[in-house]
Design a binder for this molecule. Sequence first.
Ligand SMILES: [Zn+2]
Length: 148
Amino acid sequence: MRASGVGVVVLSCSDPRLNPYQILGIDPTLKATMVRNAGGRVFDAIRTLSVSQTIGTPGTIVVMHHTDCGMTHYHDPAIKKALIEIAPEEHESIEASQFGEIITSVRADVAILKASPLIKKDTQIVGLKYEINTGVLMVVDGEIKSEL
Ligand SMILES: [Zn+2]
């Protein structure tokens, strides 16, 4: 896939093994916006994704998850337990939080974006899954209507 990157926001995992520019073929000198967090989760990025729609013209949001993601190996109860050990005074807020374990597909995150009142309805939303061992990129949800 070759992509210009203009008007594209890419949400992906912060895993250092991923290079979204390289995987998607986006020229890093152009204006693609990169948003990264643990797992590439939408709920954790909705503020940034919605704000980007007020200061730019993103026509496409790409949500890219990947295989062997740490967030498929560590689940919310274990993360909460570890965080409570670090900050016991934050017990209540930690218990009330969501930390982004991945137990569903990228389709769930695409559905959250499509249902969000903060995301423009004409935004193209594409869900991708990157096979980290083979380098194969799969379109899971949506379609790539034009170059990114
Ligand atoms: Zn990951």
